[in-house]
Write a protein that binds this ligand. Structure first.
Ligand code: SF4
Length: 199
């Protein structure tokens, strides 16, 4: 995917008081090919077309993931926070990733895609991820629509997610490739300047 070919328009959207991000560079968009972003409960309303049956729609477009494990350092307790994630294509890419690199649901992309990018500080990304987890936990606590969809998908064996370690490894490779390209470009610039200096 050539990020230059992508034409994502910045979409003004806020969630939990955070502004959405709009970066679609190589680093940010690689997740679409490996590990699509998680949904929060409000994403269901945005993504499911009006009039569509939520469960039928979810079977086609979503998968139930075990989600994130929160570890309490004081008590040693582990808390699993399940999530809904987009279905994947046979090649492992997100179901909504188009051949031209566009996201078919860009305007209403899941929270994990639209509100976290690779350029924000870890602290900021952490705050956003925590807000997303809390919203999921609240929905599960009252068996809201998000929880009901997740349980239905689990029951049907329609599961996904869990590719975090593979994604991290791939991310490191991409970062190394970008750094190599930048170093090569810097060398070229230096050579050009030296040549110009001799004239
Ligand atoms: S929903 Fe869109 S932004 Fe999110 S992973 Fe899929 S293609 Fe990428």
């Amino acid at each position: 995917m050539d990020s230059k070919e992508r034409l994502s328009l910045p979409v003004i959207r806020t969630e939990f008081g955070f502004r959405r991000t709009s970066c679609d560079c190589e680093l940010c968009s690689f997740w679409c090919r490996i590990m699509p972003g998680f949904l929060v409960p409000s994403d269901l309303q945005r993504l499911c077309p009006p009039g569509a049956d939520l469960m039928t729609w979810a079977k086609e477009h979503l998968r139930a993931s075990q989600g994130f494990v929160v570890f309490n350092g004081k008590t040693g307790e582990k808390l699993q926070v399940p999530s809904l994630v987009p279905t994947k294509q046979a090649n492992g890419h997100c179901h909504w990733l188009q051949p031209d690199g566009h996201c078919a649901v860009h305007e209403n992309a899941p929270f994990g895609c639209a509100f976290v990018d690779q350029h924000m500080k870890d602290r900021e990304a952490h705050k956003r991820n925590v807000a997303g987890r809390l919203a999921r936990m609240e929905d599960f606590a009252k068996n809201g629509p998000y929880s009901q969809v997740w349980h239905m998908l689990m029951k049907e064996g329609l599961t996904g997610g869990g590719e975090y370690m593979a994604a991290r490894a791939e991310l490191l490779k991409i970062k190394a490739k970008i750094a190599k390209r930048a170093a090569h470009q810097a060398r070229k610039e230096r050579r050009k300047k030296r040549k110009q200096g001799r004239r």
